[in-house]
Design a protein. Structure first.
Length: 215
């Protein structure tokens, strides 16, 4: 069966299994939790302590709390993403086995928070960690077929317009190192052809993002 809040595809098996945890709550308690989950999404988790306190007061263990958060987070994010009407969401949640009162609690919270959720998701869709620095290391191997001698020469460079020349990277392997905002390094290793394809794809992505922002 296809569900609108899942993007008109089948509901994930894990959600079908775990959604039964929501039947443990009264409609009032589920409405309280649902409101906190929406705040959790919109405010990027800043209310996590309040959410944990509420779940603790309902005598849920850590595993059960994680399941409840995951299920409701999935429902609200995807319902907003696919612009589902609250009436349709109500019906689909009942089809998944939720009592009518519980399904109504979730769908009413979603109706009240839908615009905020969609605004958040719209602004969050193209948000990335800031890249502090990019450098590359190109290496090549000199080998002798008779003596099985191999010598690897490596040179590290700052990646800028002056030394960026794919033609000069013939028969080399390039290691791109990205230093992200949290000072984590991510290294991608590729040959010249793969690097050229990556650059083309990134240029296309850049154009799409530019059109999206202008539109």
């Amino acid at each position: 069966m296809r569900f609108k809040f899942c993007g008109n595809i089948d509901c994930p098996d894990w959600l079908i299994t775990e959604i039964t945890y929501l039947t443990k709550f009264t409609s009032v308690k589920l409405r309280i939790i649902s409101n906190q989950i929406c705040k959790f999404i919109i405010n990027k988790g800043s209310n996590i302590q309040d959410l944990k306190k509420i779940l603790d007061e309902m005598n849920l263990n850590e595993q059960e709390s994680k399941i409840v958060i995951s299920v409701l987070d999935f429902i609200f994010r995807n319902s907003a993403k696919f612009d589902v009407e609250d009436i349709a969401l109500n019906q689909e949640l009942q089809q998944l086995g939720l009592p009518q009162e519980n399904a109504e609690s979730i769908s009413k919270v979603f109706k009240n928070q839908k615009l905020k959720l969609r605004e958040f998701l719209k602004g969050d869709i193209f948000s990335f960690n800031i890249i502090n620095d990019v450098n590359f290391k190109n290496s090549y191997t000199l080998s002798d077929n008779y003596t099985n001698f191999n010598y690897v020469n490596e040179k590290e460079n700052e990646l800028d317009e002056d030394n960026y020349n794919i033609q000069s990277l013939e028969k080399t392997r390039i290691n791109l190192c990205f230093n992200i905002q949290n000072n984590q390094n991510y290294i991608i290793s590729m040959d010249k052809d793969s690097l050229g394809k990556l650059i083309q794809d990134l240029e296309k992505c850049s154009e799409v993002i530019k059109k999206y922002k202008e539109g």
